[in-house]
Design a protein around this ligand. Structure first.
Ligand code: HEC
Length: 128
């Protein structure tokens, strides 16, 4: 009987154990890309600068789950500086971060074809 009272604790530790597993993205593992065991960031030029400047407030997963070109990453950085308390970055550091982010986490083709032109579609029977 007493063992059952510990059941929530087992679930909690299971959850924590899962959360503590490697933050590596499945596609990185498949492509054999080396990642930092702690943050999950890809090991490539500039990764330490990203770890130093970008993981103080949140997990690096917010970064590795994001994709964007240089302009998109710059917008994200400006948004955090203007609204989330990210500190000012000197030009060299910002350049290093942007080079890393835009190269390692670039936009990815999402697999959808463009919409067909309206004229190529059959008439929509639900239109009034
Ligand atoms: C001073 C704190 C702070 C630092 C340092 C910081 N961020 Fe953030 N960032 C935030 C906050 C707060 C959010 C919003 C988190 C949330 O929505 O839960 C955020 C969100 C994000 C997001 C998600 C944006 C979205 O559209 O959902 C990305 C990507 C990101 N940060 C990247 C970075 C990068 C890259 C750096 C380094 C240049 C960085 N962060 C450094 C505070 C910070």
């Amino acid at each position: 009987m007493k063992a059952y009272s510990k059941l929530p604790l087992y679930f909690l530790s299971l959850t924590l154990a899962c959360a503590a597993t490697s933050p590596v993205r499945a596609d990185d593992a498949a492509a054999n890309i080396k990642t930092d065991a702690q943050s999950g960031l890809k090991i490539a030029p500039g990764w330490q600068a990203v770890k130093a400047n970008c993981t103080a407030c949140h997990s690096a997963k917010l970064i590795t789950a994001q994709q964007g070109d240089r302009e998109t990453w710059l917008k994200i950085i400006r948004w955090m500086q203007n609204t989330q308390g990210l500190w000012a970055l000197d030009h060299t550091t910002e350049n290093t971060l942007l080079n890393y982010l835009a190269t390692q986490y670039p936009p990815v083709w999402n697999g959808r074809r463009a919409n067909l032109p309206a004229g190529a579609m059959p008439p929509n029977p639900w239109l009034p």
